[in-house]
Design a protein around this ligand. Sequence first.
Ligand SMILES: Nc1ncnc2c1ncn2[C@@H]1O[C@H](COP(=O)(O)OP(=O)(O)O)[C@@H](O)[C@H]1O
Ligand SMILES: [Mg+2]
Length: 274
Amino acid sequence: MKNLNEPEQPVAVTPVVSAPKKTPPATDPKPDALAAEGIPSRFCCFVTGTDTEIGKTLISAAILHKLAASGRRACGMKPVAAGAEMRDGELHNEDADMLRAAGNVHLPSSITTPFMLKEPAAPHIAAALEGVTIEPVPILAAYTEIHAASDAVVVEGVGGFRVPFNDDFDSADLASQLNLPVILVVGLRLGCISHALLTVEAIVSRGLVLAGWVANTVDPNMRFERENIDALEQRIPAPLLGHVPRLENPTAQAAAEYIDLAGLPGWHSPRVQT
Ligand SMILES: Nc1ncnc2c1ncn2[C@@H]1O[C@H](COP(=O)(O)OP(=O)(O)O)[C@@H](O)[C@H]1O
Ligand SMILES: [Mg+2]
């Protein structure tokens, strides 16, 4: 399959170094024209996790929030959602809704979630119940549309890294076909070290770029949390982008405070200061 993301191969992107900003003369009321500062560099990523219910949606939304706050046209994508209910004549999924609220590019949900399935079950089972086959082409076509309409795209995976979609297509295949840098969310709880390292192995073995990982506190009573993070930092060949503690109010904005993406390729652009 053709790589749809060829122009911005993650490793090939060189962060653009901003020229020092000139303060406009006091007599000039107009800000610098954006066109004079060039097109913002793109930031696209695939967010996966050590499991389901460990904070992928929260962290994806936090990334979108940061992107939108820094002036990008940012759009989330939840290509496959299992668990949707009808509201106002449209199927809604919680994850898709949260990503939509955190971004600032609003495309029809048939594009941001090409496979919106009603049953909250493993996607291949939810799809079979509806007589649907989850296939890559509609997802890749939708991604291309989102990419064209945005400066930044955050794609949230489903469950862990290897969730089956059909007999010969799973979520890891999707990540490979999108060929996006991957951000791994590690849900901090007992057992997360092995889950995280197995997931890293699966990402790296596919030749994908692991851009970084986020530690997210799932179990607020976990003992030795810091030691677990240290063990992971020693073993994961990518930067720790932040540790999100257990939040009283887990909003995109609240989680965004704990994440730093400044070192990632494509994050900086001439007109975006973070
Ligand atoms: N750091 C956190 N603090 C408080 N609640 C959290 C935190 N991370 C996740 N949650 C909550 O846990 C649930 C699962 O998180 P979610 O982001 O939906 O996980 P996933 O996308 O991996 O299934 C949600 O209700 C979310 O609000
Ligand atoms: Mg989710």
